[in-house]
Design a protein around this ligand. Structure first.
Ligand code: ATP
Ligand code: MG
Length: 507
């Protein structure tokens, strides 16, 4: 009998629970497909649907509401919609599109909704975050002061990238845009930065090549691949960069660091235009709808260096854009240049002349990264850009012949050595110490006697040589110690070892 109070309480709780059940009539939000074509379904009977709300078709496909008209909704499909027929039922979900976030994504290839494309298990997600999120406010941000090392000498020495920065990589077709971004990702294999590579509307073969390059570069376990290939529904391609940012924000908001590559926003803009024309939004300049600037600004604003109070995490964005015949003043390129904190401009002629990475030093700029450059590198690279651009001018003039004196000869020799240093094969990132050693040696005139064509060989052999002959200096620079005279002399002497050897060989 001692159980009686317990039983009574149990009964009371049960009755209360039953009383809470709502047995009244419910409004179910079910609409009907009116028509479907090209990845967009027009649905009627859903007057209370909100913009961006996720809808589920009776045949299982997902889509989101893009345009709300008086009596119908334009729904952008996130799945292939060929099976959708007029009259099919559509259910409003009251949700927005979400993507899984968490460490479980690292090393995986997924679509923008986090569904595996690598044949692996479903993602073990920590949470599901909306793909669209608000950017951190100004108060929530801190100045960009820590570097993102790309391992590319031309970028790290002249257009340094900072954590939280947005730097555009822009150039014509096949000028090495993707390669620069992949190199930057590979260089994070020993850093604390997590990478997200978002491929939008790319050919499957080039996406496979990029993934393979990151894998063999040893950075795959720090990288998430978000892929919406050219053949996927336009809606999926449209949300891909937003989903990639959401995945990266998970790390940023925990005080971690992330780098997002968006390959590329020109294709994203074209997808946006396609969807806008299909939903009959009024076209503007170059037939893009007027909100394309807003769409890309909203996305890239989410890159940030967070304040200490918020954990000090960062999200760096490396969006890619394509130009037509080097035309930077077309609509999408000017938009993106004005949204980002600088641009790395790739040039078709430099690429054809085998000057790779084909960075146009005159047109490229990094507006906030200078402050983030490690001290040792800043010490040795301060005059590099000026020296090199002066050389380029001199070279152009000396084509006309006739100008020659000792000073000009000297500047030409030096300039050709700089060009040799800026030429770097793919997938062979240089560490900070390697770059500092090379630039200090350049400054000391150690490279001048080395034939310009032998410089790549010197660069290739340097890391191993430094490791065996100057390990303490390498370690000090990796710890971000300032470059003192002894260290500088040590590094210059090690480069001299190799330069003497190579000069002897080739003479
Ligand atoms: P797309 O416009 O097709 O996207 P892209 O501008 O992204 O092209 P990549 O795909 O990166 O260019 O490079 C084009 C080709 O140039 C590749 O085949 C690659 O092997 C070569 N390439 C790029 N960078 C270098 C480099 N630093 N050294 C040697 N070859 C390179
Ligand atoms: Mg590319």
């Amino acid at each position: 009998m001692s159980d009686e109070p317990a039983v009574a309480e149990w009964l009371a709780r049960g009755r209360a629970a039953v009383a809470r059940i709502d047995l009244g009539p419910k409004v179910e939000t079910v609409g009907r497909v009116e028509s479907y074509a090209d990845g967009i379904a027009f649905v009627s009977g859903l007057p209370q649907v909100a913009l961006d709300e996720l809808l589920r078709f009776e045949t299982g496909q997902l889509g989101f509401a893009r345009a709300l008209e008086a009596d119908r909704v334009a729904v952008v499909l996130l799945d292939p919609g060929d099976a959708i027929e007029a009259g099919a039922r559509v259910f409003a979900t009251g949700e927005v599109a979400r993507t899984p976030v968490g460490e479980g994504l690292l090393g995986r290839v997924v679509d923008p909704l986090g569904r595996p494309l690598d044949g692996g298990e479903p993602i073990a997600a920590v949470a599901f975050h909306p793909v669209e999120r608000e950017a951190p406010s100004i108060i929530a941000r801190d100045l960009v002061t820590e570097p993102v090392e790309t391992g590319l000498l031309v970028v790290d020495s002249m257009f340094a990238l900072g954590r939280g920065q947005r730097e555009l990589v822009i150039g014509d077709r096949a000028t090495g845009k993707t390669s620069i971004a992949i190199d930057a990702i590979i260089n994070q294999r020993h850093s604390d930065i997590v990478c997200v590579y978002v491929a939008i509307g790319q050919r499957t073969t080039s996406v496979e090549r990029a993934i393979e390059a990151v894998r063999s570069g040893g950075a795959a376990d720090r990288t998430i691949f978000v892929v919406a290939p050219a053949a996927s529904p336009p809606g999926l391609q449209w949300i891909a960069p937003f989903a990639g940012f959401a995945m990266a924000e998970f790390f940023r908001d925990r005080g971690g660091h992330a780098l997002v590559v968006v390959d590329d926003l020109s294709k994203h803009a074209v997808t946006h235009r396609e969807l806008a024309l299909l939903t009959r939004e009024p076209p503007g300049r170059e037939a893009y709808p007027g909100d394309i600037f807003y769409v890309h600004a909203r996305l890239l604003e989410r890159a940030a260096k967070l304040s200490k109070a918020l954990g000090g995490g960062s999200l760096t964005a490396l969006p890619i854009a394509e130009t037509d015949s080097g035309n930077l003043s077309a609509y999408i390129p000017t938009n993106l240049i004005s949204i980002t904190d600088g641009q790395i401009v790739l040039d078709r002629r430099l690429f054809a002349a085998n000057h790779r990475p084909a960075v146009d030093v005159g047109l490229s700029v990094s507006r906030v990264g200078g402050r983030a450059q490690p001290d040792a590198l800043r010490d040795v690279s301060g005059r590099l850009r000026l020296q090199y651009t002066q050389f380029l001018e001199l070279e152009m003039f000396s084509r006309f012949g006739g100008m020659s004196n000792a000073r000009i000869e000297r500047e030409m020799t030096r300039g050709e050595r700089i060009r040799g240093l800026l030429t770097q094969p793919r997938f062979s990132p240089l560490r900070l110490a390697d770059q500092v050693a090379l630039l200090a040696a350049l400054d000391a005139g150690v490279l001048d006697p080395v034939p310009a064509r032998a410089i790549p060989a010197l660069t290739a052999r340097l890391p191993a040589h430094l490791d065996s002959a100057a390990a303490p200096s390498v370690a000090a620079i990796a710890r971000n110690a300032p470059l003192d005279e002894a260290m500088r002399a040590d590094l210059v002497a090690r480069v001299r070892d190799l330069s003497t050897e190579l000069t002897a060989h080739s003479s």
